[in-house]
Design a protein around this ligand. Structure first.
Ligand code: ADP
Length: 492
């Protein structure tokens, strides 16, 4: 059997030197000193130079007494190419020992020393090769550790920056894991006082978003009277499924939207009212002018007709002004209700009689029924006339021109402690989404059918106020294109 060329003693020396030197090594810089000391234990040299692979070239990282790197550079490239420990005898008898540190085929570094001895025997050459092998592995690990440290520092730094950024947001931000436990929350989330119902709502949205694996955005009015936008985004963070939650207080935006809307409605209202007033005014003016300039030519029948029209238009003007006055009384809280014992059946008949001509003009049939001939209630008759008048004239105004049979049915149901008045029509109906906004001031359903009919958007506001001032209630049900039924209940 061939005798191993490297004696156990020199191998032991290298390994034990490595163990001794490398336990204390904490950085790449420390290791260079270590390599020098270990090599010193097996080889005597005057100077040394260590170069590290750097962007395709080599840079000096450690040296003592060495000649300029420029003089040695060509040797370094040569040995890096050759990938083996090499020796050169220089002119001054010095022996140049070139030791490449090779790891997985890559030359990580080259150590060059100027040795005192003239030649190297095989055994020493093998020991140097083993030194190079162990040094390369040590170096590779240290470079990796350095890179890792750097990477961790970068990650840590970006995490710190992200946290700082998220903490500066006024929106509440949290991240949930699959168990729906919170794994991250920003400062705003930590500090916010969320009402119980908001917490429940948030939990529901997070759950739904996790199950559906979809983003959800929802607006929620919490019991504290504030509006919140709740947004969830399912995402994968560091390989794990997470739900990102963003809760924003949008009360200010909502309020602004509301103010803007009222503003728009007011503008529309002014335009409507101006139009409402101008039409009868124009008619009055035209008829009066004709009377003034052609009085002599008119026969008594035409005269009568003209004066009737003027009176009707004046009454219409009066009713608009009356509506505006009522509205301003409601706004200022000075609407007066003077109750007296009134027969609501005959009061209703009286209003319907007045509206008969208007109904006929619109091709609408008025039907009236009452379970009793008389029904006495404590109400303000002047005000209550307006309630019936508004509801029935709306039923006529918003009748469906497409239907050949158009009707409005008014029923009075006297009961022990209350009276119910129902006004039902088969008109155009009210879209479901409108709901109780119909009773809001200036509100008119946003449709072509509504705008074909004149109105101020105040009628139902006034009607509701009057009914409530009598301790009563008003509501409606409606199906678009089928019809609408208003209910008024007042105590007896
Ligand atoms: P307006 O002066 O516009 O009639 P109201 O306050 O009386 O104002 O009514 C508000 C809106 O409600 C109307 O513009 C109309 O769009 C809708 N509306 C009221 N009554 C009816 C009805 N019987 N059928 C269909 N729509 C109605």
């Amino acid at each position: 059997m061939e005798k191993p060329r490297t004696s156990t003693s020199s191998l032991n020396r290298v390994i034990s030197s490595f163990l001794r030197e490398m336990v204390a090594v904490e950085s790449l810089e420390d290791s260079y000193e270590g390599f020098v000391r270990i090599l010193k234990s097996i080889l005597d040299f005057n100077w040394y130079l260590i170069v590290l692979e750097n962007e395709g070239g080599y840079k000096v990282v450690h040296h003592f007494n060495a000649p300029d790197f420029e003089e040695l550079e060509s040797y370094v490239f040569w040995v890096a190419e050759r990938k083996s420990v090499s020796f050169f005898t220089l002119e001054n008898e010095e022996l140049l020992v070139l030791i490449p540190f090779i790891f997985r085929g890559r030359v990580l570094a080259v150590m060059i020393v100027g040795a005192n001895q003239g030649e190297i025997d095989v055994e020493l050459e093998d020991t140097i090769k083993i030194f190079a092998l162990i040094a390369a592995n040590t170096l590779a690990n240290l470079i990796l550790a350095d890179q890792l440290k750097e990477r961790n520092a970068i990650i840590e730094e970006s995490r710190r920056f992200l946290n700082l950024l998220l903490d500066s947001f006024s929106d509440q931000i949290a991240v949930y894991d699959v168990e729906r436990d919170i794994v991250y929350m920003n400062e705003a989330f930590k500090k916010a006082e969320r009402s119980e119902d908001l917490e429940t709502e948030i939990a529901g949205v997070v759950e739904e978003s996790a199950l559906r694996k979809e983003s959800i955005t929802k607006e929620y009015e919490a019991s504290d009277g504030r509006f919140y936008s709740i947004e969830t985004i399912p995402l994968r963070l560091e390989g794990e499924e997470r739900i990102l939650l963003i809760v924003s207080d949008i009360t200010g935006t909502k309020e602004l939207e509301r103010i803007k809307k009222i503003d728009r409605m007011k503008t529309e209202f002014v335009a409507n009212v101006s139009h409402e007033i101008r039409t009868p005014l124009a008619a009055i003016k035209a008829y009066t002018e004709t009377l003034l300039y052609s009085f002599e030519d008119l026969d008594s029948e035409t005269l009568q007709e003209f004066l009737d029209t003027i009176l009707k238009q004046s009454e219409h003007l009066e009713s608009i002004v009356e509506e505006l006055l009522d509205f301003s009384r409601i706004e200022s809280g000075t609407l007066k209700v003077e109750k007296e014992k009134t027969d609501i059946v005959s009061l209703t008949r009286e209003v319907l009689n007045k509206l008969q001509a208007f109904a006929e003009k619109n091709g609408v049939r008025i039907e009236f029924e009452s379970e009793e001939d008389q029904c006495h209630v404590e109400i303000d008759p002047r005000q209550f006339r307006k309630v019936i008048n508004n509801l029935v004239s709306n039923a006529i105004k918003y009748s469906d021109k497409k239907k050949s049979d158009r009707w409005v049915k008014i029923s009075v149901y006297p009961r022990d402690s209350e009276v119910e008045i129902i006004v039902a029509d088969n008109g155009i109906g009210i879209p479901e989404h409108v709901g109780d906004r119909i009773f809001q001031r200036y509100y008119r359903v946003d449709s072509k059918l509504t705008y074909e009919v004149s109105g101020t958007g105040l009628g139902l506001t006034i009607t509701k106020e009057i009914v409530e001032a009598h301790g009563g209630q008003i509501w409606y049900e409606s199906v678009e294109k089928v019809g609408t039924t208003f209910h008024v209940v007042i105590p007896r």
